[in-house]
Design a protein around this ligand. Sequence first.
Ligand SMILES: *Cc1c(COP(=O)(O)O)cnc(C)c1O
Length: 369
Amino acid sequence: MIIPFLDLAKQHQTLRSEILQEWEKILLTAGFIGGEYVEGFEHDFAAACGVKYCVSVGSGTDALRFILLALGVGPGDEVIVPVNTFIATSEAVSQAGATVRFVDIDPFTYNIDPGKIETAITEKTKGIIAVHLYGQPADMDTVQEIAEKYQIWVVEDSCQAHLAEYKDKKVGGFGVAAAFSFYPGKNLGACGEAGAVTTNNCQLAQKITALRNHGQSRKYVHDMEGYNGRCDALQAAALQIKLKYLSRWNALRRKHARMYDNLLDSDDLVTPYIREDVVSVYHLYVVLVSKRKRIADYLAEHGITTGLHYPVPLHLQKAYSCYSYKNGDFPVSEECAGRLLSLPMYPELSEDDIEFVCNKLKEAVKLYA
Ligand SMILES: *Cc1c(COP(=O)(O)O)cnc(C)c1O
C-alpha cells in the first residue's frame, strides 16, 4: 500500500471540469489580473470567515508582510512570534524592518504559550502574531488580554486554519487582521501561489489593497510605494470553486483525526490535544514519538510518507544567528522539534488508509520505543 503524505491530484480529479470551465473563460477574455473572479472570491471568503473585508494577495507571506507594513511596523519595533511556526511568520517581521522576539509554545497545543508572552514584551513591542498551528486556534482570549494590557495589536497567522473556530467564531476576525495562505497544500489551496488578508478594519483593508498593487489608489496614481503582490484571476476562480467544498473537506479531516485518535490510543505516543472551546481543521495531524527517525523510516519502508513540522525551531536556524539565541532558550519547542511526526492528513484518505497507517505506526512504536 502506498500512502503519500498529501495527495492533491485526487482532489483535482473531481474538480477538473469545474475549474477548467472557468479557466477557459478567463483564457478567452484574457482577464488575468483583477476583475470579477478576484472580487468574487474575496467576497465569498470574507463571508465564509464572517469578516467585513478580504483582500487577496500573492501568498500567505505577502499577507503577513502587508499587514505589518499597513500597521506601520518598521525599524526599532519588536513583534512577538511563536518559535514553532513556518519561517514566513518571522520573515514578515524582518522584512518590515522590525526585530523578531520569539516565545516558546504550550506543550499540549503546540501554539504560543500565553504565559510566556509578557516576559518578551518591552517598550518597543508593537504586537503579537498568534499562529493557529496545525489547524488549531491559539488561545485568543488570553493573548488578547495581554495585548490590551500593553496596548499592542494582535495579528492572526491563519495560514493553516481556514474556517477553524475559537469559541464558536471563525478565525480571521480576532486580531486587527489575519493572514491566510492558499499554497496548494493548505486546507484551501490554489493551483499555484495565493493568499489573503481578512480584517474588519476598513482603513487597513484599503492600505493593503494599495500595498499589493504598487501603492496605487487609481492607475498611475501612487500614494506610496507598494509591491506586486496580487492574486491572479486563474487562482481566484479555482479558489472560489474549492471554497464551496471547504467545510465538507474540513469535516472529513476531523473525522479522520477522530479515527487516528481512537486507533492510536497508546502510552508510547502522544496524539493531538485539542482544546474544548475550539474546532480544529487539522491542517496537520501531528503525533509525538520517541525514536522518530527509526519510526519514520519504518513507515517509509511500508509506503507511508510522513512530514516534520518543524524539525528545527526558528531560534536555532542560521537565519536567526544574529539574535544569538541558543539551545535551551525555548525548551518546549526544542523537545517537540525532536519528537513531532506529521501523519498523512487530507480529505481523500480512506478508512483503510488510516487503519494501515495506524497499524504500521503501532508496530514501529513497539519495535523502537
Ligand atoms: C504556509 C504558511 C505561511 C506562508 O504562506 P505562503 O502562502 O506559503 O507564503 C505562513 N505561515 C504559516 C503558519 C504557514 O503554514
